[in-house]
Design a protein around this ligand. Structure first.
Ligand SMILES: Cc1ncc(COP(=O)(O)O)c(C=O)c1O
Ligand SMILES: Nc1ccccc1C(=O)C[C@H](N)C(=O)O
Length: 440
């Protein structure tokens, strides 16, 4: 790694923001077929560039009015009657809508409920119980903390072993890694100790996009179930859960589905598997006859059984507005814009930041990349703090990763340029790291 002097950095600047090697941000914004959608989001005072939609998507302009309508109407006027008229069916109806527009899944396999964490718990517990006699959960060691922590807890609770799959930082989760892990978990037959494999479609750290179809097929060769975490792909990358033969998937709705802070998550269970899975938080809303007030729990047939208690109806509102935008734009165009944004980001990072020793941690092949680009530098914790002061909002992930989250419907190429130029300026200005700022 070579660290440039400010003088060589200035040379990079003089070359311009990638203009030598491709179209400028202005040109890209000018020809962006999805540019019109940006105006549908609420402007944020003092924010110059918002590059954290992979953590919290922006609200739509219409969201405030949508809330006011529901407070006055469905809640304020229809009151308790709204449960029968709409709300009881909303977790499944909205699930079907997310499934159709973003998950490549037929109706009746997706539900909206709980937080991602709670759904991960319910689904992992149900899955391991459906493979009795198998004693291992496999998970990549770079998975998001909540996934890892939930698996640790379930392993302890159920007397199972948690086998970590060591992720190759350069290549992400590959079929070879899965093969090796399943082979290591073989007794009489390939992978026969494994009950469940849990992986993320897009890595929260590096942005690697996993080959879900191929990996799922290999897990099935071992007779195990697979659970995919779709938090970083739902709404930004193509997903074909039915065609890929996925068993179970869970994802959050506050990133690229713009559901707002704490909006409920979704879970998908392939129809053939649904009645085989018994989830551990057996509340009345997932029972076969909700209002029977029965003595004992009998799970509902189908996806309703994965609901536990009263669903957070208000938290489901903003994502409904966002789904309209997604349906209007279509996932193929959204993916195209996502690729254009990440390609542009990598191009100008190469141009402007490589002279400072910045490295691109995300894959360079668009086919292997989700919708954020992670760049690395030892001083990025302090740089992120300074960016936030200037109204430029990416995020920082320990130990040295700065993530540039690119939301296809709300992010402009101009925002990326402003952010990367600011990173260059801060790196040029600061000699040493200041241990401060938002770090997680
Ligand atoms: C891959 C992944 N899983 C899970 C979560 C979060 O779970 P929860 O929505 O319960 O906080 C996140 C982000 O917060 C994530 O990136
Ligand atoms: N839900 C949050 C609440 C507070 C701060 C961050 C988050 C995130 O979503 C983090 C994200 N999952 C990540 O990939 O780091």
């Amino acid at each position: 790694m070579t660290t440039a002097t400010p003088a060589s950095a200035a040379t990079a600047t003089a070359e311009g923001a990638g203009r030598a090697t491709g179209p400028s941000a202005e040109e890209l914004d000018g020809t962006d077929p999805l540019a019109r959608f940006r105006d549908r989001f609420l402007p944020a005072d003092g924010v110059v560039a918002y590059l954290d939609g992979n953590s919290l998507g922006r609200p739509l302009r219409q969201t405030g009015a949508d809330f006011a309508d529901v407070v006055a109407g469905e809640w304020g006027t229809r009151l308790i009657r709204s449960w029968d008229e709409r709300w009881l069916d909303l977790p499944l109806g909205l699930g079907d809508r997310i499934a159709a527009s973003t998950l490549g899944a037929a109706p009746g396999q997706t539900v909206v409920a709980d937080s991602t964490t709670v759904l991960l718990y319910k689904m992992m517990r149900a899955a391991v119980a459906a493979r009795p006699g198998r004693t291992r959960i496999l998970m990549d060691d770079d998975n998001f903390p909540t996934d890892r922590f939930i698996a640790e807890g379930i392993a302890r609770e159920c007397g199972l072993e948690l086998q970590w799959i060591p992720v190759d930082k350069a290549a992400g989760i590959t079929i070879d890694l899965i093969d090796e892990a399943l082979t290591a978990a073989s007794g009489e037959a390939f992978g026969d100790r494994v009950a469940l494999v849990v992986l993320s479609h897009v890595s929260y750290r590096s942005g690697h996009l996993a080959d879900v179809a191929a990996i799922t097929a290999r897990v099935h060769d071992a007779g195990a179930l697979v659970l995919w975490d779709l938090c970083h792909s739902a709404g930004s990358a193509p997903i074909e859960l039915d065609a890929w033969n996925v068993d179970i998937a869970v994802g959050c709705t506050y990133k690229y589905l713009n559901g707002g802070p704490g909006s409920p998550a979704f879970a998908y269970v392939a129809s053939a598997l649904q009645n085989e899975l018994d989830q551990p938080i057996q509340g009345w809303m997932g029972a076969s006859d909700i209002f029977a007030m029965a003595e004992g729990y009998v799970p509902a047939k189908g996806m309703r059984r994965f609901i536990s208690g009263t669903p957070p109806i208000l938290g489901m509102l903003p994502m409904q507005g966002m789904l309209e935008l997604i349906e209007e734009a279509g996932m193929p165009a959204i993916r195209q814009k996502s690729i254009a944004l990440t390609e542009y980001t990598i191009r100008i990072v190469d141009d402007l930041l490589t002279p400072f020793g910045v490295q691109v941690a995300s894959p360079r092949d668009s086919g292997e990349r989700g919708s954020h680009v992670t760049i690395r530098h030892p001083r990025f914790k302090a740089v992120t703090a300074e960016l936030w002061k200037r109204g430029i909002i990416p995020d920082f992930r320990n130990p040295d990763g700065l993530r540039l989250g690119l939301s296809p419907l709300s992010t402009s190429f101009g925002e990326v340029l402003v952010a990367v130029e600011a990173i260059r300026d801060i790196l040029a200005d600061t000699e040493s790291a200041a241990e401060a700022g938002p770090g997680r």
